[in-house]
Design a protein around this ligand. Structure first.
Ligand code: BGC
Ligand code: BGC
Length: 714
């Protein structure tokens, strides 16, 4: 039985196995003892890991309300089949006009990543609001007996990230390192305010993946590799977004149900082979928190689950009746609605993007069918008439959607009439985002007391990411991949370079991306800002054959550190990346090393702690700690190439503060390891990875160790 009372435990951060569950075993912990971290003094609360043997019943904050049930029943009884199927259809704004919304009784629209009103990346808040009004007006102008307002969904996954001028918060991986549920609730609330100001009522967030393998291109969307923290955050995030469904709140989406972070080799949209106990207790943890907080929608994952131990192959989630209906709705008691992912139905055997009775019968209530919505409606209508989809299933789906819309109070007001609509200041919460950055940074190394820096020092800033808001904000930022952006696309953002100039005095800071030809003698310290270029989803995957060595993908980052190391000045590296990567050579070349994750638009959150800036409460210091392990070998997930090395350099919970007396010695660099499997194994594993992917452009494999974004390049 699910315990309604949470068992909280207070745990010091450099903790033991109790602290959030998966902490390293004795072996790996011993491997870390050479550089034992300083203990932090702050405390956080996470629930205990669970040990359910079946899907638990979760008590939602919404109790059953007979008056609401009666109202829903009455509305559904008044609807025609066309109105019902329209209600279950979610189309993309590029592919549907308000007139079509009216004609086809469409229940929802979305804007995908990189889709804005009028196709204008710099669309104003007024443009968003005008389009929201147009769709709303269309939904209220149908000939239905009871007009059901449309709901618009958007991927506001780190702030209102599709909207020009919005503050972008750190991606979830950074928030995980902050270990601060109250911060997460505040970010949820700020995001909801921003989204609602544009007239949109639904955020496809939070992602509750408990990502196990950093090869996965969506690792940065995951708070932690440990279920209990994801559970606490799910509850906080949903509470922040949905609040009590006032004009400043939006509907939340718990995604992607279930096991998106469990796939073999971290392959996006791949297959998980985890045990049932792990699927429930590790990968289900976020859903316990989200449902308790009253999340009204759940998005089904593209991925599959083959429970090999029990001999049950569930297949792709969008078709898995035992999970969507059996586990989520019947056992866990989720009474919101399930939405499928972008064209996900087309991936089920026997289905296309425009036809999939299996998905609806499995428990999908709303179908994200961005482009082929018209054919989808025609096909689904025929399938209901032919008895392939029972009418009772349609009625249940529509009831769930309408119940959520009623709970949200959507009936009655136009988007532009709601409080806060069009308020451009709602897009900004720079102070909150800056605090989130400060809290999320993890200090991995600080030899020779390289940190904190002192204002007035002569500093040379190097590295390709120092003056790059695109690198800082990562994927899901104005564009889907986060590519094709420049600093000018984030007019209120501050690069780490700009923040360094502000903190140290512009005259004291010199910038050179490569450091080539720079005389290092005049400088007191070097700050290198390096890391990953933006990516999203599958395009961020690192194939099974490739190492997790950062410099295999970004040799320029190694080169710049080698160049500045020659000056024998303190080198402080700020690593801007969506995941923990194998960086031993970069650590060896740095005196201090900061994991900054993908911090978003507020570079000053980084300099606050680099310089120990003053706050009302004293001086800032680092307080983030790892929410997932950090690799100490190029292939932490493979036997080959690792020799007898232990895979992890730093355990979850690791993170330094200054001043500290610890020093990290020279770490092994495994120069011979440039692949994570033998050529034959690699070819088989990569081929499998590629075939797991959704249908798309045909993929060819041209070289054994393809570079970053290789899937595009092939
Ligand atoms: C992603 C979802 C996202 C959806 C809509 C999909 O590709 O997997 O996380 O919400 O697109 O943009
Ligand atoms: C959309 C994304 C979506 C993706 C799915 C893109 O074109 O912009 O929102 O997640 O396709 O493949």
């Amino acid at each position: 039985m699910f315990r309604t009372r949470w068992l909280w435990l207070m745990c010091a951060v450099l903790a033991t196995a109790d602290c959030g569950g998966a902490v390293l075993g004795a072996d790996a912990a011993a491997a870390n003892s050479a550089h034992a971290p300083t203990k932090l003094s702050f405390r956080y609360r996470v629930p205990q890991p669970t040990h359910y043997t079946d899907w638990p019943a979760i008590r939602s904050r919404f109790s059953t309300d007979p008056a609401l049930t009666a109202r829903v029943r009455k509305i559904v009884a008044s609807m025609s089949l066309a109105q019902k199927i329209g209600q279950m259809t979610q189309a993309e704004i590029k592919s549907i006009t308000p007139a079509q919304v009216r004609k086809y009784y469409i229940g929802s629209v979305l804007n995908g990543g990189g889709s804005w009103p009028g196709g204008n990346k710099h669309a104003s808040i007024g443009d968003w609001l005008a389009l929201a009004d147009a769709y709303y007006d269309a939904s209220m102008a149908t000939d239905a007996a009871v007009k059901v307002p449309i709901i618009w969904g958007t991927d506001a996954v780190h702030g209102d990230n599709n909207v020009f001028g919005a503050t972008l918060f750190p991606h979830n991986i950074g928030l995980g390192a902050a270990h601060d549920p109250a911060l997460i609730e505040a970010i949820g609330a700020a995001t909801a305010r921003a989204v609602r100001a544009t007239g949109i009522e639904w955020a496809f967030a939070p992602t509750l993946a408990v990502a196990q393998n950093a090869r996965w291109g969506r690792t940065y969307e995951s708070f932690s590799s440990e279920g209990p923290l994801v559970r606490a955050y799910a509850r906080a995030y949903v509470t922040g977004l949905q609040g009590s469904f006032g004009d400043h709140n939006v509907m939340a989406t718990a995604k992607h149900f279930i096991g998106d972070g469990a796939t073999d080799h971290g392959i996006d949209q791949g297959n998980a082979t985890v045990s049932r106990a792990d699927m429930i207790n590790v990968h289900g943890a976020g859903y316990f928190g989200a449902i308790a907080a009253g999340a009204q929608s759940v998005m089904a994952s593209y991925s599959s689950w083959d429970d090999v131990a029990d001999g049950v192959d569930y297949g792709k989630m969008s078709g898995a009746r035992a999970l969507l209906t059996g586990a989520l709705k019947d056992k866990m008691g989720f009474d919101g609605f399930v939405v499928s992912d972008w064209n996900a139905i087309g991936q089920l055997p026997g289905c296309t993007n425009a036809s999939c009775p299996q998905a609806i019968n499995a428990g999908i209530d709303m179908v994200m069918v961005p482009d082929d919505w018209k054919a989808f409606i025609a096909n689904t209508t025929r399938q209901v008439r032919d008895g392939e989809i029972p009418l009772a299933r349609i009625d249940d789906a529509v009831s769930r959607i309408i119940r959520a819309k009623l709970r949200m109070g959507l009936f009655g007001t136009r988007p532009s009439q709601r409080a806060g609509a069009g308020d451009a200041s709602a897009l900004q919460d720079r102070a909150l985002a800056r605090r989130a950055v400060r809290e999320s940074l993890v200090l991995l190394k600080n030899n020779r007391q390289a940190l904190p820096l002192k204002a007035g020092m002569k500093i040379l800033v190097v590295g390709k990411s120092a003056d790059s808001l695109p690198d800082q904000v990562g994927g899901w930022s104005l564009t889907w991949q986060g590519t094709d952006n420049t600093n000018a696309d984030f007019p209120h953002g501050e690069t780490i370079l700009a923040a360094l100039r502000a903190a140290d005095g512009a005259a004291n800071v010199t910038y050179s991306a490569t450091a080539q030809g720079i005389d290092l003698a005049p400088f007191d310290a070097i700050v290198a800002v390096i890391g990953e270029a933006p990516y999203a989803e599958t395009r961020g995957d690192i194939l099974p054959s490739a190492t997790l060595r950062h410099s295999d993908r970004y040799p320029e980052d190694l080169a710049v550190l080698q160049t500045v190391a020659k000056g024998h000045k303190p080198v402080v590296t700020v690593f801007v990346a969506g995941r923990p990567l194998y960086v031993n050579r970069l650590l060896n070349l740095s005196d201090a090393f900061v994991a900054a994750w993908l911090p978003g638009t507020e570079g000053a959150g980084v300099t606050d702690v680099l310089f120990a800036a003053k706050s009302a409460a004293g001086r800032y210091n680092f307080r983030g700690t790892l929410a997932r392990p950090w690799p100490g070998v190029p292939c932490p997930d493979a036997g080959a190439g690792n020799a007898k090395a232990r895979p992890w350099l730093f355990a979850p919970g690791y993170g330094l503060r200054y001043p500290g007396q610890h020093a990290i010695g020279t770490l092994p660099t495994y120069p011979a390891v440039h692949a994570c499997a033998s050529a034959a194994q690699a070819t088989a594993a990569d081929a499998n990875a590629l075939s797991e992917r959704s249908a798309g452009a045909p993929v060819r494999r041209s070289r054994p160790l393809p570079a970053h974004n290789r899937l595009d390049a092939l």
